[in-house]
Write a protein that binds this ligand. Structure first.
Ligand SMILES: [Zn+2]
Length: 450
């Protein structure tokens, strides 16, 4: 069978396995876990040569690991990460069946088509094709696929990390999902740019709470909890986290400069560090760029009383922070408490937070473990597209692995414009056939070099 045709069929099969987690289901729920197990079985059945050459370990419904043993390993194993769970759908907002894998106008539709069954299938197609040819990598290549990335990765990736740690395995570098080949995403840049996410922001949600005696709204106290909280939030807005230019973003802007639409814009990008505050002021108004340059604070939830005529016993706000290294959960908590500057406001962690994952400093200079391999694969499949170091502002499973690797790449080998990018987790999520083929070519090329 034509390899592209087989790939499309495998991909459709993958989409049709409903791996969205049912609302309210808990770990151990056999009905909820059945599709995750079915997905693991699908990987075993669809890729028989790879499953013969590589050793499979099923850790749980949420985690399956493969080891493809190298012919001459130098003690620098590589790890490829992916997840097979998907986010839920609002079925009525789709124009097609979200789990039907329908092909229309050069696109395959379905939940998970971009995030990230396309990548998982691309990796497996690449590995299977190499196994069919009798290829074997020099280094040990590991694959770890998780089934709960969209919820927390605590049952999948986290468990796999414990397993690898128990075996004292340390990876030279890791490749996970991440930022794409951006087409017309950055204003004034027309050429596509491959964004290698070498650094990841941390995550912290905080509760800000002000308590008071509940009572009847006809006799309000002189000082009201909601007003105290409101004033605290207003102070926080006035005191944003300071802007900093990380090594990753300095190299990003410097590499972007020659592609800028105007000479003036290019000069500004190339001299970002020299310009300092002038540069920050110039770009601070663009949220997508500002997010790359400081820890952001998003005010997401507010709670008061349940009735219009009852004083609340507490006023509570939830704020969501994305931490730019070197800020950590601890130092960011402290910063917010100082900015709020009011003992009546209790500020604490909402659920749990994660510190950022800094870049391997070599990667910020476009070298270091794996960089050349990634760059070679990119040039082979997408000739002429430059690779730029980039900061991932969302979280990935790879954060659980930060102590186990010399460096992490977060990259989706797809060309996506801003409209296609907005389909991730959205309605009518779809991937072009061209992108699906490209992804398989990219991973095959990466694996071939290992
Ligand atoms: Zn994902």
């Amino acid at each position: 069978m034509d390899t592209n045709k087989a790939m499309v069929e495998h991909f459709q099969e993958a989409i049709r396995i409903k791996t969205d987690w049912p609302k309210g289901a808990r770990a151990g729920d056999a009905v909820a876990e059945a599709p995750l197990l079915r997905f693991q079985d699908f990987l075993a059945a669809a890729y028989p040569h790879f499953n013969k050459d590589a050793e499979r370990t099923v850790l749980s419904p949420y985690s399956v690991v493969y080891r493809w043993s190298g012919s001459a390993p130098s003690g620098n194993p590589i790890l490829i990460l992916a997840h097979y769970d998907v986010v839920p759908v609002e079925q009525e907002k789709w124009t097609v069946d979200p789990f039907g894998a329908e092909i229309k106008d050069g696109y395959i539709y379905g939940r998970g088509s971009l995030d990230m069954k396309s990548i998982l299938v691309g990796v497996m197609e690449g590995a299977e094709a190499l196994c069919v040819q009798g290829f074997r990598p020099r280094e040990d290549v590991w694959f770890a696929f998780g089934g709960d990335e969209e919820r927390s990765g605590l049952l999948g990736a986290y468990r796999a990390v414990q397993w690898f740690t128990g075996q004292k395995i340390h990876f030279s570098w890791i490749l996970d999902e991440g930022t794409p080949i951006a087409v017309d995403m950055i204003k004034g840049i027309r050429e596509p740019l491959a964004l290698f996410g070498i650094e990841e922001k941390g995550y912290l949600s905080m509760d800000l709470v002000v308590r008071q005696k509940p009572g009847h709204a006809s006799q309000p106290p002189a000082v009201q909890a909601v007003a105290v909280l409101g004033a605290a939030l207003a102070r926080l807005v006035k005191k944003p986290f300071p802007f900093t230019l990380s090594a990753t973003m300095e190299e990003f802007f410097a590499s972007l400069a020659p592609h800028a639409a105007s000479k003036g814009m290019g000069w500004v990008m190339a001299h970002a560090r020299f310009l300092g505050n002038i540069f920050f002021k110039a770009v601070a108004g663009t949220p997508s760029i500002a997010a790359m340059l400081h820890t952001t604070v998003a005010m997401t939830q507010l709670f008061g009383s349940a009735a219009d005529n009852v004083m609340p016993s507490e006023a509570r706000a939830v704020i969501n922070l994305r931490l730019l290294s070197p800020w950590t959960v601890e130092t960011a908590l402290d910063f917010v408490r100082r900015a709020v500057a009011d003992d009546r406001v209790e500020a604490g962690v909402h659920l749990e937070g994660f510190d950022p994952v800094p870049a391997n400093p070599e990667h910020a200079l476009r070298r270091g473990p794996g960089w050349q391999i990634m760059e070679n694969a990119l040039q082979k499949v997408f000739p002429g597209i430059p690779a730029l170091p980039f900061l991932m502002v969302a979280t990935t499973d790879s954060r659980h692995y930060k102590r186990l690797a010399g460096g992490i790449f977060r990259f989706n080998p797809f060309k996506l414009n801003s409209r296609e990018l907005s389909l991730i987790h959205g309605h009518d999520e779809r991937i072009s056939l061209e992108n699906l083929y490209g992804a398989a070519g990219f991973y095959r090329n990466v694996l071939e070099q290992l």
